[in-house]
Design a protein around this ligand. Structure first.
Ligand code: PEP
Ligand code: MG
Length: 950
């Protein structure tokens, strides 16, 4: 992944011509180990094919496919030439960005740069920049484009006064992700500006994440400060992004056309007047992009040139991106699409030129825009494979083997929740009829949700209340209504609007917004089912076993543990986050049971063993009885374990092991101690960061850490520094999207790039410690230098904030760290093995992968070997080792980990009593023998079978 950073920049370079500039760049790339000698030929050859000048004084020299093999590592180096270098055709370059990349990674860089390319005076500013920092700010800090689309417009709102209208505008901005929650209050304090014709303007620059403009109108005529109030613009202002729009608005007002805005009956009309989006009836064509490296600078340039030959507006968008179209004539806008091979593009042209322009552009794209293109594979090859028809539901009396994800035995009728395709007509009977049908469906779904609200716990009820709000959201219903007037059926209009809104949320690549997208689809589907008369299978009255393809964390969060006795999924693995949540809720679960399980008849009796990962289909009465007896015994065992939860975990032959708790914040810390924890072995601090709308400051963090230490009353606290990035970004941290987030900038790699955040967190921790036992560890360490950089920061801060009982260590989650354990052990105070990630990286299986993660079993001998190496290395240096991944609470794994001489197990608080009891029942010498044998096995299944035999 190409990112821009200070150390890649060399300021004040001099080159007499382009050839010497290229030579300087090539030398730099070679010296930094990114490419081999000879890459210069590639840079020159590429320039000979076409200049890499981008505009705004920037060029992006890179190699050709022939020199790709000379690239050792993906990266960029930036050279500033204050005197300028002639790049041909009189184009002067002040900044050359040399790229070493094997494939199309530079598209991402282009996307980053296009923000800067939109700026008017950037070339001059780049020339004058006096430091690498300043230069970087110019490239990254250019204002973002103003958001203005249908979701930011809401007409005819039932508002009583100006304040209420302003509040509605602020809410639209907040929902679109433009502003934080404090924005609404700030807007109320801003001074309103009358624009004339009853239109008003309010703006604030604070709490703004992304510039955006909302427009709201009241249902009935209102007055404000003795003037009419027909409509209100609310601007979330950031830089000068709104300038162009403001000019258009002024023009509209000068021409006396204000009523076209406040009398508009649809958001599209407003957008048309303000030029935010193209009208729906403009002709369009779609085409698949086949260029091997996507729409990069060269083909984009060809396309823009071609489009400039037509006198009128032409837009382009990536159809599945949920983004509005951009002008085809703007090279920077084209690059900002980041379009890749295999994506579908839509070209939209104004009617007067559409017939001429669209066929020409379409043909040019099909022919590769000057590049050789290989045809794309036909669609069926790309489409997800349907469930093979030969699949059959498991027969009564059979057992299905899955992966035990949450221990416990459960039985009950199967409640199979599978999303089936619902067909619906695209065109409606009449607008009035479709409106009435939609109204009835919305009302019925609202009642359904109300019933769910009433019978659910508070946290779950809140989710359904949010769904009710979505049903009533005028931003959605306005849009749907507009489509109904164009003749669409209620179902088609509803689903199009829901899908567009959901994709828009997802496109922002933010975990919270992605959840909102899931909620939108959930609501969307309920309404569709109502409209089409499809009754979703009713939940059984008695506690049931939920059967689903996959259960996302948000699905689990809304489960009612009183009604769901157990969970079986077709896909997924034991360390998927949903399995972790199931365990926390104490619902027995088997995951990865295979797609055939979804074919079970609803109501089929199921018996599941969440420990062994077995599902029995319509089990014979005696088997059921045995299992239920076992469940009762387990209950008794757990009760006995519970009564001994404060006793230490010492084996029968006197070997002691500590049992600690995994927690996410300070809430419930007293309960954790009450559950028998001898300390906290993993405080996942990212949950604290996620609970705040912005990075919590030192004082806030210190208070939180203090609460945990207070609650522990002298017991040790092991804190993991912030572990975000990759697939779990923080909503307020813009982290570049990555192709392989699990292999990307996450954990310590990310915090080392944001030293201030890391320093603040460490400072808060050290300040909170007083003389209590504090252990700090860094996640995802894979290299010695990462550990040393992190440790150095702690040491520096320690000079100012002395802590009497501090240990500093790392998590072992990456195989390289386990393999490097002998060297690391000399420097760290302890290791804590994160088996969830260690298993994922050792077996090369994404821990949440829908079908493979079932095989990501931490008892795999390959993982056990790494644990063994880690423990030996640590003990050789007199250091201790904990295990804090989910494996530590797996009853079959406890004796193996004990036998591998692990010193501490850190588990979810619910499992503490059970794990302690398991240790107390074990013999250390037997466990050691078991562990040695386990290391010799050839699969996780074999290890599990071995454990059962012992
Ligand atoms: C692990 O990877 O095992 C771990 C404990 O960290 P997390 O599950 O939070 O990634
Ligand atoms: Mg981890």
């Amino acid at each position: 992944m190409l990112e821009l950073a200070n150390e890649q920049i060399a300021m004040g370079q001099v080159a007499v011509d382009k050839a010497s500039a290229l030579r300087l760049l090539a030398d730099r790339l070679v010296a930094d180990g990114l490419v081999a000698e000879g890459y210069l030929d590639g840079l020159q050859a590429r320039e000979a094919q076409g200049s890499t000048f981008l505009g705004q004084g920037i060029a992006i020299p890179h190699g050709t496919p022939q020199t790709r093999d000379l690239v050792f590592a993906t990266g960029v180096r930036l050279l500033q030439f204050p005197d300028g270098v002639d790049w041909g055709d009189g184009q002067i370059v002040y900044l050359a960005i040399g790229i070493a990349a094997r494939s199309d990674e530079h598209l991402r860089l282009l996307q980053l740069l296009t923000r800067a390319l939109g700026e008017t005076d950037l070339a001059e500013a780049l020339r004058r920049a006096s430091s690498a920092d300043a230069l970087l700010k110019l490239l990254q800090g250019a204002p973002r484009e103003l958001e203005l689309d249908a979701q930011l417009i809401s007409l005819n709102l039932p508002a009583d006064d100006f304040d209420e209208l302003a509040w509605r505008g602020a809410r639209l901005l907040q929902r679109a992700g433009c502003v934080d929650s404090g924005f609404a209050a700030l807007l109320q304090q801003a001074e309103p500006l009358p624009l004339g014709e009853g239109l008003w303007w309010l703006h604030s620059e604070r709490e703004v994440l992304q510039p955006g403009l909302a427009f709201v109108t009241p249902q009935q005529p209102l007055r404000h400060r003795d003037q009419p109030l027909n409509g209100l613009f609310c601007l979330a202002s950031l830089g000068a992004a709104h300038q162009a729009l403001l000019e258009r608005l002024c023009q509209v007002l000068i021409e006396g056309r204000g009523q076209t805005l406040y009398q508009a009956t649809s958001s599209r009309d407003v957008l048309q007047v303000l030029g935010g989006e193209v009208p729906a009836d403009w002709p369009s064509v779609r085409v698949m992009l086949a260029n091997p490296h996507g729409l990069h600078a060269r083909p984009a340039k060809v396309l823009a040139q071609l489009a400039k030959g037509f006198d009128g507006e032409i837009r382009i968008r990536v159809t599945d991106s949920g983004q509005a179209g951009v002008s085809v004539k703007s090279l920077s806008r084209l690059l900002s699409l980041g379009a890749r091979r295999g994506q579908e593009l839509e070209l939209i042209a104004e009617p007067s030129i559409a017939a001429d322009a669209l066929p020409v552009l379409l043909a040019a794209i099909e022919q590769g825009l000057g590049e050789d293109v290989e045809p794309l594979p036909s669609t069926p090859e790309l489409a997800p494979q349907p469930v093979p028809e030969t699949l059959q539901a498991p027969l009564p009396g059979t057992q299905v083997q899955g992966v035990g994800a949450a221990p416990g035995i459960a039985s009950g009728p199967a409640h199979v929740r599978v999303e089936r395709e619902i067909d619906y007509p695209l065109r409606g009977e009449s607008c009035a009829q479709e409106r009435a049908r939609l109204r009835a469906a919305l009302a019925a779904v609202n009642d359904e949700l109300q019933a769910l609200v009433q019978r659910s716990d508070k946290a779950i009820a809140e989710i359904f209340v949010t769904h009710q709000e979505m049903l009533a959201d005028p931003a959605l219903t306005d849009e749907v209504d507009q489509r109904l007037t164009q003749g669409e059926s209620a179902a088609a209009a509803w689903m199009t609007v829901i899908e567009a809104a959901a994709s828009q949320q997802e496109a922002l690549r933010d975990a919270l917004l992605a959840e909102r997208a899931a909620d939108l689809r959930d609501v969307g589907r309920r309404v569709l089912a109502q409209l089409c008369g499809v009754t979703e299978q009713a939940e059984p009255q008695q506690p049931y076993v939920l059967v689903m393809a996959e259960v996302g964390p948000s699905d689990v969060a809304r489960l009612d543990p009183q009604r769901v006795a157990g969970i079986v999924t077709a896909h997924g693995g034991a360390t998927a986050h949903s399995a972790i949540v199931a365990r926390a809720l104490g619902i027995p679960a088997v995951v990865g049971a295979g797609a055939a399980i979804l074919l079970l008849e609803p109501g089929t009796a199921l018996l599941l063993d969440g420990q062994r990962g077995k599902v029995s289909v319509a089990p014979p009465a005696d088997e059921l009885q045995r299992a239920l007896a076992e469940r009762d015994q387990r209950e008794q065992r757990l009760q006995a374990a519970w009564s001994q939860r404060h006793a230490p975990a010492v084996t029968r032959d006197g070997h002691a092991l500590e049992v600690f708790a995994n927690i996410g914040d300070s809430s419930g810390i007293d309960k954790v101690v009450e559950q028998g924890a001898e300390g906290v072995g993993l405080l996942r601090t990212e949950l604290i960061f996620m609970a705040h709308p912005q990075v919590p400051d030192v004082a806030t963090q210190e208070a939180e850490y203090r609460r945990v230490l207070d609650g522990l009353q002298g017991r040790p606290l092991v804190v993991r520094t912030l572990d975000v990035g990759g697939d779990k970004p923080l909503p307020y941290w813009p982290i570049a999207a990555e192709d392989n987030p699990f292999l990307g900038v996450r954990g310590v790699r990310l915090t080392l790039q944001r030293p201030q955040v890391m320093e603040d967190q460490l400072r808060a921790l050290l300040q909170a410690a007083d003389d209590r036992p504090l252990r700090i560890m860094f996640p995802m360490v894979g290299q010695m230098h990462e550990w040393r950089a992190a440790k150095a920061m702690v040491e520096r801060l320690r000079q100012d904030i002395p802590v009497a009982d501090l240990q500093v260590g790392i998590m072992i989650e990456v195989p390289s760290a386990a393999l490097l354990a002998p060297q690391l052990a000399r420097e760290v105070d302890f290791f804590s093995i994160g088996t969830n990630d260690l298993t994922q990286y050792t077996l090369a299986i994404d821990r949440g992968h829908s079908s493979l993660s079932a095989q990501a079993d931490g008892l795999h001998p390959a993982v056990l070997q790494l644990i063994d190496m880690t423990v030996r290395a640590a003990h050789a240096e007199g250091k201790w080792v904990g295990v804090c991944g989910e494996l530590a609470a797996d009853p079959q794994a406890v004796s193996v980990l004990l036998g591998l001489a692990v010193d501490e197990l850190s588990v979810s608080p619910r499992s503490i009593a059970e794990v302690k009891a398991l240790v107390r029942q074990a013999d250390y010498s037997t466990a050691c023998a078991l562990a040695r044998e386990a290391l010799q096995q050839d699969s996780a299944e074999a290890v599990r079978a071995l454990v059962e035999r012992y």
